[in-house]
Design a protein around this ligand. Structure first.
Ligand SMILES: *Cc1c(COP(=O)(O)O)cnc(C)c1O
Length: 442
């Protein structure tokens, strides 16, 4: 007898699933469960209809959990790349919503003629950091690619051996360079590179000098590197990939400069030191949507705009609209309202009060001092004093998993589950307290 005769039909299993998923998805899930049941039957195992249906229900739940959704970031990592980096605020979202329908992204309303998508946010960012011109592309990796392809194809690019870094997600400076057809000329040694090392490598084939901020690691000890100011004396344009997008080292948009910013380079200061172009991410310390921004000399930026790759790497209208609102906030010295800066600069006493309020609602929980970090490949080794809610658990992994079921990402430290509140929106505090109670129930 064919044992498969005993299996329920795919249609029947699909019909038993909640209809909050589209029919085609329910059928896909049902087919997987029926297939798995068939294998079990072939191994001689007993399979009942209810088993197949409950397996399909579990698969449907698992599939739903994999879909893109809101999460609560209780990791204390402000720019968590896996959690979408910088959170966006209402002003930015309003600007994006406003541009969501038809918008003048490539149209000049005054003249009624075709315009360029580079006429809005790019120019405002240039203004915000004292550059002649700016352009926005899809992300900072794309920005570096565009600069090298436009200005250095078939020519030499000088880079210190200490800056041949991997940024994460497979973005490696030497590999990006190979893709653009630029020739990498390695300068100096891993720990020390001097101006003379660059001078000796200069030839007629040198297109530019590239300085990459070692944003995700820190070298200490017998180290020296060459400043932008020194590099600018060499002759060829100096391009600086600063990564994080701190527009100004002095943070004029904040009442006080946070100590934890350390010596993170500012875009404005790189330009003042003589950089011809500076590139950075939109969604790191800038606090905006995903983008790559390049600011600097107009003649060079114009060449970037005209390169065919600029079309392939272009930012979409929503990102451009969001970034425009971000640029305006910086220009108004009002960027302290961006969620990133608000979270980053919340006074410790406020965080402690919130952590204590949450802990009071969760049996066995207490407020503790923690250390938050910037993350997103910026400010390595620099901690931001913070507060969190800690629960002791026999099996902390299990508590963390139950929090994740409720879309809360916490961290585990020395056998304890810690929810750092610096990266949690205050409006999510009640949700976090309830979720912690559920997750810690025996
Ligand atoms: C993060 C980073 C990048 C990559 O930027 P994305 O916007 O993630 O593409 C490149 N260079 C540096 C120095 C970085 O820190």
């Amino acid at each position: 007898m064919d044992p498969r005769r005993g299996l329920p039909s795919v249609e029947r299993v699909a019909a038993a699933l909640d209809d909050d998923l589209p029919h085609a998805v329910r059928v896909h899930v049902a087919r997987e469960s029926v297939g798995a049941a068939r294998e079990l039957l072939e191994f001689g195992r007993d399979v009942h209809d209810e088993d197949v249906i409950s397996d399909a229900r579990e698969r449907a739940i698992a599939l739903q959990r994999r879909l893109l959704t809101k999460v609560v970031n209780a990791t204390g990592v402000l720019l968590h790349t896996n959690l979408g980096r910088a959170p966006l605020g209402d002003d930015t979202l309003d600007a994006m919503r406003n541009a969501a329908g038809y918008t003048n992204v490539e149209y000049r309303l005054a003249e009624g003629v075709r315009g360029s998508r580079h006429e809005h946010a790019g120019g405002l960012f240039a203004l915000a950091c004292g550059a002649e011109a700016g352009i926005v592309v899809n992300n900072n990796a794309a920005a570096v690619l565009l600069v090298l392809a436009t200005l250095a194809r078939g020519r030499d690019v000088l880079v210190s051996r200490g800056e041949l870094v991997e940024i994460g997600g497979g973005f490696r400076v030497p590999e990006i360079m190979a893709e653009t057809g630029a020739r990498l000329v390695e300068i100096g040694t891993t720990n020390r590179t001097r101006l003379g090392d660059y001078q000796r490598a200069l030839t007629d084939a040198t297109a530019l000098v590239l300085k990459v901020h070692a944003s995700n690691y820190r070298m200490i000890g017998f180290v020296s590197s060459t400043s932008v100011q020194e590099l600018a004396t060499l002759g060829p344009p100096v391009v600086v990939d600063v990564g994080s997008g701190l527009l100004d080292e002095r943070t004029p948009w904040l009442p006080h400069r946070p100590e934890w910013l350390g010596d993170e380079p500012g875009v404005r200061q790189c330009l003042e030191s003589g950089a011809a172009l500076v590139s950075f991410s939109g969604d790191k310390l800038l606090g905006g949507p995903q983008a790559g921004i390049i600011v600097g000399r107009r003649a060079l930026v114009d060449r970037l705009k005209a390169h065919p790759l600029a079309r392939a790497l272009r930012a979409d209208k929503l990102a451009l609209a969001g970034l425009q609102s971000i640029a305006l906030a910086y220009l108004a010295h009002d960027a302290s309202r961006l969620p990133l800066w608000k979270m980053a600069t919340t006074p410790l006493a406020d965080l402690r009060a919130r952590a204590e309020r949450i802990a009071a609602e969760v049996p066995g929980a207490k407020a503790v001092d923690t250390e938050a970090v910037a993350g997103g490949g910026s400010l390595p080794g620099l901690d931001i004093p913070s507060c969190g809610v800690e629960v002791e658990a026999v099996r902390p992994e299990r508590v963390a998993a139950r929090l994740r079921e409720q879309r809360i990402v916490a961290r585990i430290e020395q056998g304890r589950v810690v929810c750092d509140v610096r990266t949690v929106e205050p409006s999510d505090d009640d949700f976090l307290a309830t979720a912690l109670r559920v997750a810690t129930e025996p």
